[in-house]
Write a protein that binds this ligand. Sequence first.
Ligand code: PLP
Ligand code: COI
Length: 363
Amino acid sequence: MKIRYDLKPAAQRRTAPFTPQGPLSFGQLRTDHMFLMDYADGGWRDPRIVPYGPFSLDPGAVVLHYSQEIFEGAKAFKHADGEIQAFRIDKNAERLNRSAPGVCMPTIPVEDQVQAILALLDVDRLWFPEQDGASLYIRPFMIGTQDSLGVKPSTRYLFCVFLSPSGPYYPKGFTEPIKLLISRRFHRAAPGGTGAIKTGGNYAASLRAGVAAHELGASQVLFLDTTDTWIEEAGAMNHFHVTRGGRLVIPTFTDTILRSVTSESVLALGAAALGVEAVQERIPLAAFLEGLKSGEIAEAGGFGTAAVVSPVGAYVFEDKSEVKVGAGGIGPHTRQVYDVVTGIQRGTRPAPAGWMFKVPRIA
Ligand code: PLP
Ligand code: COI
């Protein structure tokens, strides 16, 4: 793919490394540029890097009415040698291509998505936030742009990638366990629906559940399946728990759970690296709650790109009752998994072959 560069004039671009004043939040800042590519007449055209900014869209664009949208989330890190390295962006590109048919959108070759992300990171590498625990968050997404009110797939699409210099998703980062609301009132995804793909509609549908969670002092909802029998996942991360016997258990991926790149990475690392055996099982809510009460389940948390490894200290219910996880703090296994995952991402531990993508110096 030949990318066209239409960059900001040098005088308007960042010329020194970005040193944030004060703690960075998640997802608020942008860098100087974005990647764009259009789809029409059955093919992708005009891949380009342009100044970040608003783009125009017909008010009748399909995405604005029927939410034909898919997105990804990945991160890039700066290693001790000063090079920027993106974590497993091929896996995000593969997932975008699994999401696309779920809402009748076209795919993009994985190598083109990877090239687009690396080229953009190269152009805006000085935007890497020089702050402990911060990263460059990468947001690729695709929208249906045809001006048409019929409920049918758009004939035209826009693919965009932009970057956000970010701190932790939860304001307290890894230092303070979060609370999750276990809800029987709200469900995120139904069998045969779009729960396993990363489409904006899933997140719109989860917003009121998130508001209800906040009202009860929880950060997110731990969603159950539609029969309220099985534990599924949270609004923006997969779920895990660790048993007293040292097994880390992630709910088996179904068509109502997103296949998290972070979870898949933990599963791939294995017991030698993690100090626990990571497995997937279907987890009945009743057994989970019993395990929490008996102490058989000693630790729990969430996995995600934005969330990284987020310890859960307690679960709250709609009647405001609460169940603690262990003593409510951060357990040793959760800490080790966090250290291993972030160590690989930040280059202080060796990464399995092919996990890190070094940003080439091209622009
Ligand atoms: N589940 C949902 C619903 C998510 O939004 C995310 C975030 O991307 C995840 C799980 C975690 O996936 P990943 O580790 O690929 O970021
Ligand atoms: C991510 O972790 O990258 C996500 O997409 C989660 C979220 C911010 C919606």
